[in-house]
Write a protein that binds this ligand. Structure first.
Ligand code: AMP
Length: 482
């Protein structure tokens, strides 16, 4: 099967625990709170006195572990788990993580959130030297590199492997005697450590998972760090000191749960500040502010507070419909938006509405919602987007890897306004976004990755460079600076 890169997908979530008598059940609950990061598949590997066993499958966590015995057989005091949405590799069961490797000298489980930018090259090199891959996912590469390392300990081998992969990665690994975590040198993806009352350590993609399992926050895993947790406790080291913080701004804008903190900043608060800034930057006279449930409600409340215009529930969401964004065709996506959201006629009829959403990718959602609001009698619909126009693809795990699907890559704000049928349209500025999030890191953009908005990638693009360059219009006049 050829190495494959899918486009326009989401994230993944990882969770691990060491030192709890029912580690797999705790992992289940932790993963459940990370389900928004991936709904395509999930799995858990547990560690019973050094023996690793796992269960994984396609679908939501509750579907994968529907049969009680699936979780019950995962006994032991250590576990790691994963919820997947494909960033690279197709949606077959082979790509569902954690991967469990059985070697002559032991077992290793691996879970990955992110996307490697040099995966194709590494894979080709590894295959040429005899490696055989089981999946099309880029996550398996680390294990091949680790096994090829001459390092004398697992930690040394892992460090050596981590120095060869590029891009965005938050890894969790488990061996017979410990749990390991590592974060890429830019810290694109969040990864936090917590501790439960009984002393068990947990590591999760988002702090909401620590809260759900009753763990206290201990510290974030920082860029370039490698963490080992075993019966002796927590040990933090670095696999590289060449680091520069560039947290994915989309985590704050859309992906993460509002009750999570990333680098100490609460996601809801950041979104609310985005809404406030948006109201300052692009005020408009209206009767009400309406948020698009659920990801935009925080930003909409900030917009309403700042502008003094009342917040209203002008849109309701059917909670039982899967996310529309991930439907494979435009027709299905349109249908999906229709089933998912309804305008509240009794609220919006005859009114001037400010509709706040967190982002415009293809424009499907905004166009459909403007239409819904107008069909319900709204007199005017002013669209306010709490992020800057998304113009450039992401190669670090969000997997918006093609420019042609980004409406703002090829259209002006006025053109987009016309396409979505809004009476006015404004986006938050890049400076406004950075200020709203309020990170204080001594790094470009205060420690955020802003590449989606300005094409300024914090790392070389390696295997994606050619494809990226080819995606730009060819005529001199049309060229966009990258
Ligand atoms: P679109 O309808 O294609 O313009 O997508 C925009 C909508 O999808 C917004 O309402 C966002 O909340 C949501 N969204 C933005 N980025 C992503 C993403 N990478 N994956 C899934 N949903 C997204």
């Amino acid at each position: 099967m050829p190495y494959e890169v899918k486009s326009l997908n989401e994230e993944c979530g990882v969770f691990g625990i060491w030192g709890h008598p029912d580690a797999a059940s705790v992992t289940y609950f932790g993963l459940h709170s990370l389900q928004h990061r991936g709904q395509e598949g999930s799995g858990i590997v547990s560690n019973q006195k050094g023996q690793l066993k796992g269960h994984r499958g396609l679908g939501l966590l509750s579907e994968v572990f529907r049969a009680e015995k699936c979780l019950a057989r995962l006994t032991g005091s250590g576990a790691i788990g994963h919820v997947r949405y494909a960033t690279a590799g197709n949606g077959s069961i082979d790509n569902i993580q954690p991967f469990l490797f059985n070697f002559y000298d032991g077992q290793v489980a691996l879970a990955h959130n992110g996307n490697l930018t040099n995966a194709k090259t590494l894979r080709r090199e590894l295959e040429e030297s005899g490696a055989i891959f089981h999946s099309t996912s880029d996550s398996e590469i680390l294990m091949h590199l680790l096994r090829k390392s001459q390092g004398s300990t697992f930690l040394d081998q892992l460090k050596e492997a981590l120095c060869q992969v590029r891009g965005g990665f938050a890894y969790l690994l488990m061996t017979s005697d410990g749990l390991y975590a590592a974060l890429d040198p830019n810290g694109f993806r969040p990864l936090s450590i917590g501790q439960m009352k009984n002393g068990a350590y947990v590591i999760a993609s988002e702090t909401c998972a620590l809260d759900v399992v009753g763990a206290d926050f201990v510290q974030d895993v920082k860029p370039g760090e490698i963490v080992r947790i075993n019966d002796q406790g927590l040990f933090v080291d670095q696999f590289t000191t060449t680091t520069q913080l560039a947290i994915c701004s989309m985590e704050y804008i859309y992906f993460a749960r509002p009750d999570s903190n990333i680098a100490g900043i609460n996601v809801h608060t950041a979104r609310k500040n985005m809404g406030r800034r948006l109201a300052q930057e692009s005020p408009i006279a209206a009767d009400m502010v309406v948020g698009v449930p659920n990801s935009s409600l925080s930003a909409a409340s900030g917009f309403a507070e700042e502008s003094g215009i009342p917040y209203e529930m002008g849109l309701v969401k059917n909670q039982y419909i899967a996310r529309t964004f991930i439907q494979p065709t435009q027709e299905l996506r349109e249908q999906g938006v229709r089933m998912k959201l309804s305008a509240v006629r009794g609220v919006v009829c005859g009114k001037r509405v400010i509709m706040v959403d967190d982002s415009i990718v293809r424009g499907t959602t905004s166009r459909r919602i403007v239409q819904l609001l107008k069909e319900a009698g709204a007199k005017e619909v002013h669209v306010r987007i709490s992020s800057p126009p998304l113009k450039y693809p992401c190669f670090y795990g969000i997997d918006i890897q093609t420019r042609k699907e980004l409406i703002a890559a090829s259209h002006s704000v006025e053109e987009i306004r016309q396409m979505i049928g809004a009476d006015s349209l404004s986006f938050l500025s890049a400076e406004g976004l950075i200020a709203a999030i309020g990170l204080k890191a001594d790094a470009p953009y205060s420690g955020l990755c802003m590449a989606y908005f300005n094409g300024d990638y914090p790392t070389p693009l390696y295997d994606y460079q050619e494809e990226y360059a080819a995606s730009f219009p060819q005529t001199e006049g049309d060229k966009v600076n990258g």
